[in-house]
Design a binder for this molecule. Structure first.
Ligand SMILES: Nc1ncnc2c1ncn2[C@@H]1O[C@H](COP(=O)(O)OP(=O)(O)OP(=O)(O)O)[C@@H](O)[C@H]1O
Ligand SMILES: O=c1[nH]c(=O)c2[nH+]cn([C@@H]3O[C@H](COP(=O)(O)O)[C@@H](O)[C@H]3O)c2[nH]1
Ligand SMILES: NC(=O)CC[C@H](N)C(=O)O
Ligand SMILES: [Mg+2]
Length: 544
């Protein structure tokens, strides 16, 4: 079912108007985790496309624009009259708050001090948004703004303020307008989720009633209706969580007309994906016996490496990889035609919401105000002239939702807990030319030691994702009384709930000491180990 149809069925819809924040879809995700259906559309959509969805609550997202900049996106004219007439509650977040304040007659200015990252705010009034808190209570929140509301529209009051004195939360309870200058949707806003819950259930009076079982059932129906009864479909199966769950959903819909293909592109990390060269066949067999998904393995190591040779620009690398994946899938589809007598028309990918959010916003996605952070190979990295049509059953879901869906379909939990591994693999963990020297080989060995040590220490499940990065710099060392001029590697491990924001994992020193020693003692060509201690933002999880 199209999201719009589903939305119309819901009498409890929370509609998000997107102004381009990197976190917009997190708001959707958070609301869904409260079992309330939520949908996101372009923040400049026409009034009729808003009214036809019949929302109960509207959230205005954050965004990179300033309300003063030329072309700053805004809700359509007649919006304020519509929400007031219908009694719809509106919550503005960051840019959304600034937009509400400005359009209702207040003043927004460039703040004297910008507020980025972790900040503390204090409850000034315990009504409305902070009705469940005490006056003077403090909480840690995640801010990311330069502008500030300096004069509120008539009838509005400040209910929370940052420790720098800036407006952090405002409301006009009578007119049902609310605003938060911080991002309650990111997990680093410690009480953000509780504030959203309080707003939606206690203030707006919504009731819970949307769940993953329903989503799965709908997906299967949609795929059955989309794929003709004789059609064959191929699935890009990486062995990771997302494509395995996607393949299982499609398998439930069309059975053996699904044909899975794994591409060995030379960029997979040996241990992590457990595609040790000689183990490949065994892993394929496991997929068939445990998950009933027969997989064909295509060896494309030569094709990928020759095309990546000498390429150093990260976006260029990603586009080459995206294109090469599709080339391989086209060849596979052609070969399959000879076997099954009909050319497959669809390609299944395990694309998730965050892949879409961070890539070029695809046309019709409603995301025209956000910046491209990186082109995920399976979205922004895809060639324009693709012959295969896409089936992406997880495209609206976040990782934890995908894991929940996998659990419903009885995919073993140990499998579902595996760390994500990006399609471009080690290519985005070797800044610069991937094929230079024996960097891939060194990186695989370092990664194996790091991940195995994490498993041995029993902390694998506490970490969202861990990996090593090969640094294209050589430094001087002394090993066995000899001068060495070798490479440095960095270790990266982060905690996260959805990959949209992340913090670095706090290892204990003894662990780090052991890993560093093991790496330098056993990997030739490495004499220095660094630890990446940046959160996302300002960094991303991968290095490219
Ligand atoms: N080596 C590969 N062979 C075939 N398909 C791949 C390969 N790597 C990635 N893909 C395709 O690209 C999609 C996106 O990759 P991504 O790494 O985000 O997902 P995943 O590998 O399925 O799950 P995980 O995030 O747990 O690694 C996959 O779902 C899969 O469809
Ligand atoms: O399939 C993928 N294709 C890609 O091109 C890609 N780039 C990043 N990632 C994974 O996405 C999550 C967020 O990564 P970043 O913070 O680096 O953007 C992390 O889990 C990354 O590993 C990718 N996955
Ligand atoms: N995160 C946001 O929504 C930022 C809003 C606006 N661009 C500012 O810097 O204030
Ligand atoms: Mg993967």
């Amino acid at each position: 079912m199209e999201p719009v149809t589903q939305a119309k069925k819901s009498s409890n819809l929370v509609l998000i108007l997107d102004y381009g924040s990197q976190y917009t879809h997190l708001i959707t995700r958070r609301i869904r985790s409260l079992s309330i259906f939520s949908l996101c559309i372009n923040g400049t959509s026409s009034l009729s496309s808003i009214t036809e969805l019949n929302p109960r609550v509207i959230i205005l997202s954050g965004g990179p624009h300033s309300v003063h900049s030329e072309g700053a996106p805004c809700f359509p004219s007649g919006f304020i009259e519509y929400v007031e007439e219908k009694g719809i509650h509106v919550l503005g977040i960051c840019y959304g708050l600034q937009l509400l304040v400005q359009k209702l007659g207040g003043v927004v200015k460039i703040g004297e001090k910008h507020e980025y990252g972790r900040m503390e705010i204090e409850v000034e009034k315990n009504e409305g948004l902070f009705g469940n808190k005490g006056i003077g209570e403090k909480q840690l929140v995640w801010m990311s703004h330069g502008d500030e509301a300096v004069k509120l529209p008539e009838g509005f009051e400040v209910v929370g303020r940052s420790n720098q004195g800036a407006v952090a939360a405002v409301e006009n309870r009578e007119r049902r307008f609310y605003g938060l200058q911080y991002h309650p949707e990111v997990t680093h806003s410690v009480e953000g989720m509780e504030t959203l819950r309080h707003f939606l259930f206690d203030i707006c009076g919504l009731t819970a009633g949307w769940n993953m079982e329903d989503v799965l059932e709908e997906e299967i129906k949609v795929i059955k209706a989309m794929v003709g009864p004789e059609d064959h479909v191929i699935c890009a199966l990486s062995g990771g969580v997302d494509s395995t769950v996607a393949a299982t959903v499609v398998h439930k819909a069309i059975g053996d007309r699904l044909h899975c293909v794994f591409v060995d592109n030379a960029l997979t990390s040996v241990l992590h994906q457990y595609f040790r060269y000689k183990e490949r066949e065994r892993v394929m067999a496991t997929f068939e016996s445990d998950l009933h998904l027969p997989v064909t393995c295509v060896d494309a190591t030569e094709e990928f490496l020759s095309k990546l040779k000498g390429v150093t620009e990260p976006e260029m690398k990603r586009k080459i990889i995206g294109k090469e994946f599709i080339n391989i899938f086209d060849i596979f589809a052609h070969d399959l035609e000879k076997k099954v007598g009909k050319k497959p028309t669809y390609l299944v990918q395990g694309t998730l919401y965050p892949d879409v959010i961070e890539s070029c916003p695809p046309p019709g996605s409603g995301r025209t105000h956000s910046h491209t952070i990186k082109s995920h190979h399976n979205v922004g990295g895809l060639p324009k002239d693709m012959k295969l049509k896409l089936i992406e059953p997880l495209k609206l879901l976040f990782k934890d939702e995908v894991r929940a869906m996998g659990k419903i379909m009885n995919i073993p939990v140990a499998f579902l807990r595996r760390h994500p591994f990006p399609g471009p693999g080690l290519a985005v963990r070797i800044p610069g030319d991937v094929t230079a020297g024996n960097s891939l080989d060194i990186l695989r060995q370092v990664d194996e030691i790091f991940i195995q040590s994490i498993k041995d220490a029993g902390i694998y499940d506490e970490i969202w994702q861990a990996f090593a990065v090969f640094l294209p710099v050589k430094t001087v060392g002394v090993q066995g009384d000899q001068r060495t001029h070798s490479h440095a590697v960095a270790l990266r491990a982060v905690t996260s709930q959805d990959g949209m924001t992340a913090d670095w994992y706090y290892f204990d020193f003894k662990f780090l000491d052991d890993v560093s020693r093991k790496i330098c003692n056993s990997v030739r060509g490495v004499n220095r180990v660094l630890l990446d201690i940046t959160s996302k933002p300002p960094s991303t999880i991968e290095w490219e």
